[in-house]
Write a new protein. Structure first.
Length: 96
C-alpha cells in the first residue's frame, strides 16, 4: 500500500490531535502548567485542556495567541503538526 505524498495534509481529526499534542509538548518543555499557558495566551484554563486533549480545534486567532505565548512563530507551530511523529519529538526540543 503506497504512502501518502509528503505534501498531503493529515485528516482533520488527526490534525486536531497533533495540534494539541504539539502545544502540550512545548508547554511541558518550558515547565509551564496549563494555567500558566492559558494566562499567557489570555485563554480559559479548561479550554486549554480541551485543546491539548484534541477535543477542540482553536481558531486561527487562538492558535496565534498560543504560538505567541509559547514564543514560536505560528507558521512553525502549524508546520510542526504536519510532521511525522519521530520528527515532531526532535523538533519540539529545538524550539526551547
Amino acid at each position: 500500500m503506497p504512502g501518502r505524498p509528503a505534501t498531503e495534509l493529515p485528516p482533520p481529526t488527526l490534525a486536531v490531535g497533533r495540534f494539541g499534542a504539539v502545544v502540550r509538548q512545548l508547554r511541558e518543555g518550558r515547565g509551564w502548567s496549563q494555567e500558566r499557558l492559558a494566562g499567557e495566551a489570555e485563554l480559559n484554563r479548561s479550554y486549554m485542556g480541551e485543546v491539548e486533549r484534541g477535543v477542540v480545534m482553536p481558531s486561527l486567532a487562538t492558535a496565534a495567541k498560543l504560538a505567541a505565548a509559547l514564543g514560536v512563530p505560528l507558521s512553525r507551530l502549524l508546520q510542526h503538526c504536519e510532521q511525522s511523529h519521530a520528527d515532531r519529538a526532535a523538533e519540539a526540543f529545538r524550539w526551547l
